[in-house]
Design a binder for this molecule. Structure first.
Ligand SMILES: Nc1nc2c(ncn2[C@@H]2O[C@H](COP(=O)(O)OP(=O)(O)O)[C@@H](O)[C@H]2O)c(=O)[nH]1
Ligand SMILES: [Mg+2]
Length: 306
């Protein structure tokens, strides 16, 4: 085990990394043991990229990878998106474009099941990010498709969350649920080569100004397919990161959310192991009080030794 952890930390053997990622993704005891034995987690920048399907998240990630590879950074990507071109690109063009980085020695790309056992974002995303951190990745990018709760969830996990929008969103912008707008540390208006991009950016900025608490969130225009705007995006990310490093409150908040998430998951795994069905079979329906049963099961789960 120690040898394996040494290798993981040295970051030279991607097969070891892949193996450990599978362990934590499948909630194995080995995975947990590795995570508990990591002596020091590398201070990777964890960046979440979210937004509606087709907004260009994968293309943007790809452009970011190029930008970072040129700076000699080690990068880890987790694509929590069943349709991601990183994992099963049906479009040949995308596949060809990705392959250059699939093989790059400083890039590791991994897909993750989008549905975790809690029903939201991949159940082991926190652990997978930590494995990549242990593996000394300078930047860890998590691409999540922005449907349902996942974009809000990613903001509680990533240091910096990028919300990718496109000019086609047009007037819908008024209808965006506040929760979605509030999670972004950076707005990207991608496909800025499309008609209406400038108007859209203007409308977005106007809307942000009305919401004073998010008025300062930067808006960056990109054309991901042409890798335009990427340097500016990275500059903004860097600025925010510097800010976060100084912000102990935000760091502790992230830590709290992480701990809560992990506890929630551990408890849920235990609930699933607990044979509730059988428990109920033994009861007499007539004198069954749901709340007492819940309380009793919880007591059992918490006090039960491993
Ligand atoms: N015109 C234009 N098309 C883009 C741009 N970025 C991405 N696309 C295209 O939009 C489509 C969806 O991109 P993809 O990255 O898979 O979106 P995702 O679902 O958000 O990951 C692909 O056909 C891309 O080539 C852009 O900046 N301009
Ligand atoms: Mg994608």
């Amino acid at each position: 085990m120690n040898e394996l952890i040494d290798k993981l930390i040295q970051g030279k053997d991607d097969r070891i990394l892949a193996r450990v990622l599978s362990w934590v993704e499948n909630n194995t005891e080995q995975g947990k043991a590795v995570l508990q034995k990591i002596p020091h987690f590398y201070p990777s920048w964890v960046i979440g990229i979210t937004g509606p399907p087709g907004a260009g998240k994968s293309t943007l990630t790809n452009a970011l990878i190029q930008h970072l590879v040129e700076q000699n950074k080690r990068i880890g990507i987790i694509a929590v998106d069943p349709t991601s071109v990183f994992t099963q690109g049906a479009i040949l063009g995308d596949r060809i474009r990705m392959s250059e980085y699939f093989l790059h020695p400083n890039v590791f790309i991994r897909s993750a099941a989008s549905r975790g056992n809690l029903g939201g974002l991949c159940g082991s995303i926190v652990e997978m990010i930590d494995v990549l951190r242990a593996n000394q990745r300078d930047v860890v990018i998590v691409e999540t498709v922005g449907v349902g709760q996942s974009e809000v969830e990613i903001a509680s996990i990533a240091d910096i969350t990028i919300l990718v929008l496109v000019p086609e969103a047009g007037d819908d912008i008024q209808a965006f649920k506040s929760g979605i707008m509030e999670i972004a540390d950076v707005f990207v208006v991608n496909k800025a080569d499309r008609v209406g991009a400038n108007t859209f950016v203007q409308n977005l900025q106007n809307m942000l100004h009305l919401r004073t608490h998010i008025a300062d969130v930067p808006v960056v225009k990109t054309v991901a397919t042409k890798k335009e705007g990427i340097a500016e995006l990275w500059e903004n990310i860097t600025k925010i990161h510097v800010h976060i490093q100084k912000n102990e409150i935000k760091q502790k908040q992230l830590l709290q959310q992480k701990i809560e998430r992990l506890i929630q998951k551990e408890l849920w795994l235990k609930v699933q192991q607990y044979d509730i069905k059988n428990h109920i079979q033994l009861m007499n329906l007539a004198d069954l009080n749901t709340y007492i049963i819940v309380d009793r099961i919880l007591q059992d789960i918490i006090t039960k030794p491993e």
